[in-house]
Design a protein around this ligand. Structure first.
Ligand code: ADP
Ligand code: MG
Length: 616
């Protein structure tokens, strides 16, 4: 007995609809995509009761003639692709020819449409997939689609609809995404006759985001300069260093106009932000990526949110590069806010050194580059050797012969950025709060510096420069330490032995998950080497998914080492504080510590006035 039967067309459509139409928001998404594909410059969306009872999308796009208005309701009827080969390079948001028949099969559906310049339009009425009427109508040019009583004929589905408010917020999210992806198109959203958004056409991305969110958000964003690398064009806005969210909600990426979620891109963004992003946080991005549609497969997921790149590593590299450049480009404006403090008086013998005496890791003590123009000669400057020698090793007041300088550890890199000199009044030292926060006054108000975060950033950059050169000087341990680790962790360590060596950590596999530590960076007091290694393993594990392991491994190790080198509650005096701030400002990425936390906070007079109720 044969048991297989072809489903009636109506049922087949409802089955297909299950994939495309999940809730009111998916109807809105498909209809708005159609309007965008039709070249609309204005799109109006109206929903009632969260879209459960009524959805209408009106556009001023190209419209359809009578034949197309009928044909568009057939399954797999589309004007966007013709052959299998077209699937290889999709230039439109839609391509499957499934949305309209799906929506029409699970709602009471009405379509009116008129082509530009046509005398009359066409009205088509469908109920639960059954055509009920076709007639001429006098609607304006463009297309208007209504879907009432969604899932009225599919009670099982209807049960899954959430409250009106929840459904409405999903609709709003869908519309926001499209509005961000197409700032040149005007969008209106009405919810039960309440105007939610009215976004004029022809906006820039910044204007659009300001209208959708806030001026404050826009102030946190940096422009991505027009960049095209190997056929991949990236535009949009990226959050400044230190700006992040605990969810990915504001990590918005468009690929050829389509909002997408893609792990390759998420990882590349993290990698690009690198030390400018806090652990566990997500960057804020509004990026548009344009590339040859043939280099990407969008036919992966019914909702078309997932894509596959033909060459994921190219995309990754481009995103990493763009992000890195943009985040670093922000340096100038940061230094404007936090102008370098005045040059401190030479440190007296009785002041505490910035780094505890056991640490031979000298911070840059070369003040000359603060006053020198950016194009100062790159040759190693002849300096008072006390500037580079750790204070613990020499009497700072007594200069060593100049020729001693090259052999000293950590001669400042000649490539360090050289900010312009600032007037002495820019920063006034006030004091230290809670043995941690340096308080300073500048033209804008109060500046708070997190002493540790600043110190970590300075050490990190110094260490990275060292790693690019001869490597970080190490100190052999008198008594090597052995450490037993889990097999998977042994893998991370073994893969990174070279990187560990460059950061000054001497590690040798000793068989069966055992390692021997026989050297550590000089500046690191070796109190807890095994804890340090465990922290390093944790960091490496976290970053193992990212692809450019080499550089990343090194940086991760350096980050962890710096954290261990920086001790809590070192008491700093005024000259040391000023020196710390100056060293910080000379960093490549001074705004945040290597773990992405801010190093400095400005509390403006305006904010203070608000807090004291002087201003509204
Ligand atoms: P797809 O978008 O995948 O082609 P749809 O079912 O969403 O499939 O739409 C079918 C066809 O109907 C489209 O290819 C397009 O030609 C036409 N169409 C749909 N919506 C509109 C619209 N708003 N304006 C003009 N044409 C439209
Ligand atoms: Mg479509």
């Amino acid at each position: 007995m044969s048991r297989i039967a072809l489903l009636p067309e109506e049922v087949a459509s409802q089955v297909a609809a299950g994939e495309v139409v999940e809730r009111p928001a998916s109807v809105v998404k498909e209809l708005v995509e159609n309007s965008l594909d039709a070249g609309a410059t204005r799109i109006e969306v109206l929903i009632r009761r969260g879209g459960n009872s009524f959805i209408r999308v009106v556009d001023n796009g190209c419209g359809m003639d009578r034949d197309d208005a009928l044909l568009c309701l057939e399954r797999h009827a589309t004007s966007k692709i013709r052959t299998g080969a077209d699937l290889m390079a999709i230039h439109t948001l839609g391509f499957r020819g499934e949305a309209l028949p799906s929506i029409a099969s699970v709602s009471r559906f009405r379509l009116t449409t008129r082509e530009h310049g046509a005398l009359a339009g066409t009205e088509v009425i469908v109920s639960g997939g059954k055509m009920e009427a076709v007639r001429d109508c006098g609607e304006p040019e463009g297309t208007q689609i209504e879907a009432r009583s969604l899932f009225y004929n599919l009670p099982a589905r209807r049960k899954f609809l959430r409250t009106e408010n929840t459904e409405a917020s999903h609709v709003e999210h869908v519309l926001q995404l499209q509005a961000i992806g197409h700032p040149h198109v005007g969008f209106t959203l009405l919810n039960d006759d309440r105007l939610v958004h009215q976004l004029p056409p022809g906006q820039t991305l910044r204007e659009r985001l300001r209208d959708l969110f806030s001026t404050a958000l826009v102030g946190e964003l940096l422009d991505v300069p027009e960049m095209e690398i190997a056929g991949v064009r990236v535009t949009g806005l990226l959050g400044r260093a230190g700006v992040s969210r605990s969810t990915r909600q504001q990590q918005i990426i468009f690929l050829n106009g389509r909002p997408i979620e893609n792990p390759t891109i998420s990882h590349a963004l993290r990698e690009g932000y690198h030390t400018a992003l806090m652990k566990g946080q997500h960057p804020v991005t509004f990026l548009s990526i344009e590339m040859d549609p043939a280099a990407v497969d969008v036919n992966v997921h019914p909702a078309k949110r997932e894509v596959r790149f033909r060459d994921p590593s190219l995309v990754r590299e481009v995103i990493v590069e763009v992000t890195r450049r943009v985040v670093e480009s922000d340096r100038a404006s940061w230094s404007r806010t936090f102008a370098a403090p005045a040059r401190p008086q030479p440190v007296q013998d009785n002041t505490l050194p910035l780094i505890p005496p056991t640490e031979q890791f000298a911070l840059r003590r070369d003040w000359s580059h603060f006053s020198a123009p950016a194009e100062a000669p790159a040759a190693a400057p002849v300096r008072d050797a006390s500037e580079t020698l750790p204070l613990s090793q020499t009497n700072a007041a007594q200069p060593l012969p100049a020729e001693a300088a090259p052999s000293l550890p950590f001669v400042p890199s000649a490539t360090a950025p050289a900010p312009q000199a600032r007037p002495a009044q820019d920063f006034k030292f006030i004091g230290v709060l809670g043995r941690l926060y340096i308080l300073m006054e500048n033209a804008g108000g109060l500046v708070l510096v997190d002493q540790h975060a600043a110190h970590e950033r300075i050490l990190f950059e110094e260490m990275r420069r060292r790693m690019e050169g001869q490597g970080v000087p190490t100190q052999r341990l008198l008594l090597p330490i052995t450490l037993q680790v889990a097999p998977r962790d042994a893998g991370w360590l073994s893969e990174n032995l070279d990187a560990l060596a460059r950061t000054g950590i001497g590690l040798e596999p000793f068989g069966a998950g055992t390692f021997k530590i026989d050297a550590l960076p000089q500046f690191l007091s070796a109190t807890e080497p095994s804890q340090l290694l465990r922290d390093i393993i944790d960091e490496l594990r976290d970053t193992s998914q990212q692809t450019s392991k080499l550089r990343l491994g090194e940086d991760m190790i350096a980050k962890t080492v710096c954290r261990h080198a920086v001790k809590a509650n070192d008491i700093l005096r005024e000259p040391e504080c000023l020196r710390l701030v100056q060293d910080l400002i000379a960093c490549e990425l001074p705004y945040c510590c290597p773990h992405g936390r801010p190093t400095m906070i400005q509390l403006s007079y305006l904010e203070l006035e608000k807090k004291f109720g002087r201003k509204a």
